[in-house]
Design a protein around this ligand. Structure first.
Ligand code: SF4
Length: 401
């Protein structure tokens, strides 16, 4: 019993110890006596062939940013000047928060690389969304405008190309691209052949970055000069895990003075084709931890990278890779398996169940009812991650509806 207690206590300590690692990594950067000053510089990388340099860490605004004025101010001062939002985030409160900031600090507009997205998927809807985003954010232009959550390369047609060119000519946007969570590799490969996509934001982390399909897609985009922004870099999944590798991982990184969360960021930055990591940073603690990781020059060792990959293999069935073409076509009806998996991730990995519920409740009631009765066995056979799809979707139905 004693041994068990000791093990639990060590496990609890390591899981809660992110700040301990953060503290030591922050030491060269953070000066508590005058937090607004620092001599360290945020590293920049080229955003594809656009000629624009962006900070390797960007502020993910999928929250009510009107409550984050202090964090935004400090982020801007510390060089986190790539800010990402979407027309739909928090029902518009995210864009309104950025607008509130720019109203207060209009001089910061020029140094910001401002990104927002439309989920409209129609040209008329996107035009309306773009105008409303400009008004909400109190700005004349968006640096990079995304069609949100693209699932198929066919969505990027010639009409959309003309729309993007027109909005650029009007001065409303400088660059155009898309975000993607589903069938990402196919969308990225297709985009690399189009010649008019400036940037892509995709799920990218230590779990996905080593697969052949993702490597091929990233290389093709890099050759095509498309700027790449990584999101969901912590690789949080749909099932809570508690493996021995996870414990070993946390302990090993703490010995080096940083947390496993910081190590996961470093794993992504190890890929020079990734221009920036978009991270939601709702408070100063996370902003400072991420900043410290960005400014620290220590790279992951081969052993540490191998440990991350081992952990990814061991917890594979807890993580949805977004290859929705494989599973969704194997189930009758139009059940959005990939979306539900994302909502589970918000609830179980990110600890934001309200976002999960909000997303899930947008699924039409008849489709929600199909989840309860559907046979997911064929989808599970096709799933490369060997996920218990049926069980997870029915858990989501109970948890969120
Ligand atoms: S549930 Fe499996 S097959 Fe479906 S998107 Fe996720 S990883 Fe791919």
């Amino acid at each position: 019993m004693k041994a068990v207690n000791h093990k639990l206590s060590r496990r609890s300590f390591l899981k809660a110890a992110g700040l301990a690692g953060t503290g030591s990594l922050l030491a060269p950067f953070y000066r508590p006596s005058n937090a607004s000053e620092t001599t360290a510089e945020m590293p920049l990388r080229p955003f594809g062939n656009t000629g624009i340099q962006v900070p390797i860490l960007s502020f993910g605004g999928s929250l009510d940013t009107s409550l984050s004025m202090v964090v935004l101010r400090q982020a801007a001062k510390w060089g986190v000047t790539y800010w990402d939002t979407a027309n739909t985030y928090m029902g518009g409160k995210s864009e309104l928060g950025f607008g509130k900031y720019l109203q207060k600090y209009p001089q910061d507009r020029q140094k910001l690389f401002l990104v927002t997205k439309s989920h409209a998927w129609t040209l008329k809807g996107m035009s309306q969304d773009l105008d409303s985003s400009l008004a909400r954010m109190q700005t004349d232009y968006i640096d990079l405008y995304f069609m949100h959550s693209v699932r198929r390369i066919g969505q990027l047609d010639d009409e959309l190309k003309s729309w993007a060119e027109k909005k650029k000519a009007e001065g409303k946007i400088r660059l155009f691209g898309f975000s993607t969570h589903s069938n990402m590799e196919e969308c990225m490969l297709g985009a690399s052949r189009l010649g008019w996509i400036d940037g892509i934001m995709m799920t990218y982390n230590y779990r996905l970055m080593h697969t052949d399909d993702m490597r091929r897609a990233v290389d093709a985009c890099a050759r095509a000069g498309i700027g790449l922004t990584a999101m969901k870099t912590q690789g949080g999944g749909q099932v809570r895990t508690d493996s021995e590798s996870e414990l070993e991982l946390a302990g090993k990184f703490l010995e080096k003075g940083y947390s496993d969360a910081q190590a996961k960021l470093k794993a992504v930055w190890d890929d020079p084709n990734i221009a920036s990591i978009c991270s939601e940073m709702p408070n100063m603690t996370i902003l400072m931890a991420n900043l410290a990781a960005a400014m620290d020059q220590t790279k992951l060792s081969a052993d540490e990278s191998a440990l991350l990959q081992q952990y990814a293999r061991e917890t594979r069935s807890a993580y949805c890779a977004g290859c929705t073409d494989r599973c969704e076509s194997a189930v009758a009806g139009n059940i959005p398996i990939g979306d539900v998996m994302r909502y589970l991730m918000y609830a179980r990995s990110y600890g934001i169940p309200h976002r999960a519920c909000r997303g899930f409740r947008k699924i039409p009631p008849d489709i929600q009812r199909q989840i309860a009765a559907a046979d997911f066995s064929a989808a599970e056979r096709r799933c490369p991650q060997q996920m218990p799809i049926g069980r997870l979707l029915r858990e989501a139905l109970v948890d969120f509806s």
